[in-house]
Design a protein. Structure first.
Length: 181
């Protein structure tokens, strides 16, 4: 192996390792739900930033919102399917839809877990919200990058994956800045 090819092979090995870790941590079919959950809770925290007196309010609103988004997404998707095939709602169909979309809750849990860790570390609640926002950004960008690596994307394609993820995450940060000038 030449000196010039060593960095490429290291990068390729790192890419394969990251892809394997991401693939084991989240089933590929669930990645979209995880990203969706991270985005919506990041946006909620950005919008509510500074409006709660402490951790309890931040966590309560985050948990309620995560469950509401999960229920709303599963229900709306199911209702659209039922409407298209002219069938009625059943408890079993609703249960399947909720199970299918539970990844949204897992994605929402990432920034909320960051709030809990910051609370345990003694950070101010506003600092915890900022950390959670950046966890949302990192989750979105990381999943975009992992998707590109998993697909065998080349350097330029990976850059696009990362750029889109950072742009989505940046929109969360921009929301906080715009709402709290």
């Amino acid at each position: 192996m030449t000196a010039a090819s060593q960095p490429r092979s290291r990068a390729a090995a790192l890419g394969r390792a990251l892809s394997a870790i991401a693939g084991k941590a989240v089933a590929p079919a669930d990645a979209g739900g995880v990203v969706y959950g991270a985005i919506v809770i990041g946006a909620l925290l950005a919008a509510e930033s500074g409006s709660h007196d402490g951790y309890a309010g931040v966590l309560e609103s985050g948990l309620v919102a995560a469950c509401l988004y999960w229920l709303a997404h599963a229900y709306a998707t199911l209702l659209g399917q039922l409407f298209a095939v002219r069938e009625h709602l059943t408890a079993r169909a609703l249960g399947r839809a909720l199970a299918h979309d539970v990844a949204i809750v897992r994605g929402a849990a990432i920034p909320l877990l960051a709030v809990l860790i910051a609370w345990g570390a003694g950070a101010a609640s506003e600092t915890a919200v900022t950390i959670a926002l950046w966890c949302s950004v990192a989750t979105v960008a990381g999943f975009n990058l992992a998707a590109g690596i998993r697909a065998g994307a080349r350097r330029g394609e990976l850059a696009l994956e990362l750029l889109v993820g950072v742009a989505m995450g940046g929109a969360i940060v921009a929301l906080k800045v715009l709402l709290h000038k």
